[in-house]
Design a protein around this ligand. Structure first.
Ligand SMILES: *Cc1c(COP(=O)(O)O)cnc(C)c1O
Length: 204
């Protein structure tokens, strides 16, 4: 059921409509993560009344900050100063943020490179609307050895910078993330099975 003591499981809801999300809520999941600003806003509206924590886990364009920033509880993809500036401008309250770190050095991946992390963390302390709670990273698809290194490193960096949390681990690599002390998992496709079982009356 992807529930682990002391770990927050965020359901990555990009595959699910609000009917599925209600089912998951009834099963005890109250942290939902969306990739896209527009989808998060419309789902949040449809599910208003439920006590949900909303996470933006996909990239955030600077021009969308204004419409989303006061609607979410956590941002997992802080990856540039210009984004921090925009959050500083529009956020009503300090926002819990994870700095996304690119530890696989894949070109298509977002995130701060390791060699720039020191400077970035120092710079980000100036923004009082940004509450850096931790670091987020993605593993490497189909490469468990690399993923193991990435998650170990992220945990080490969390401690080095005295941060509270890591956001790492998806359907295919959450066990590796747990091994390295993940605090927030982001699990999507693995919940398809759970929803199916619920529909078939296996889980009540
Ligand atoms: C979709 C997504 C996930 C979850 O991926 P699954 O493989 O479906 O578990 C986690 N993090 C981000 C940023 C995602 O976009």
């Amino acid at each position: 059921m992807y529930k682990f003591a002391g770990v927050t499981t965020i359901v990555a809801t990009k595959y699910f409509d609000t009917k599925d999300m209600r089912t998951l809520y009834e099963l005890g999941y109250a942290n939902f993560g969306e990739n896209r600003v527009q989808n998060l806003l419309s789902k949040k509206q449809e599910l208003s009344g439920l006590d949900i924590k909303w996470h933006l886990i996909g990239p955030l364009q600077t021009n969308k900050v204004k419409q989303i920033i006061n609607e979410i509880d956590y941002l997992h993809t802080l990856d540039r100063i210009s984004l921090a500036e925009s959050i500083q401008k529009y956020a009503n309250n300090p926002l819990n943020c994870f700095i996304q770190v690119n530890l696989t050095k894949e070109e298509q991946k977002n995130g701060i490179l390791l060699e720039n992390l020191d400077d970035f963390i120092n710079e980000i302390r100036k923004y009082d609307k940004i509450n850096v709670i931790g670091l987020m990273a993605m593993g490497k698809l189909d490469d468990d050895i690399m993923t193991d290194h990435v998650f170990a490193k992220l945990n080490e960096l969390k401690q080095k910078y005295h941060l509270t949390a890591t956001s790492m681990g998806m359907s295919h690599d959450y066990k590796i993330a747990l091994k390295h002390g993940a605090n927030f998992l982001r699990i999507g496709s693995a919940f398809k099975e759970i929803i199916k079982e619920h529909e078939n009356g296996i889980i009540r």
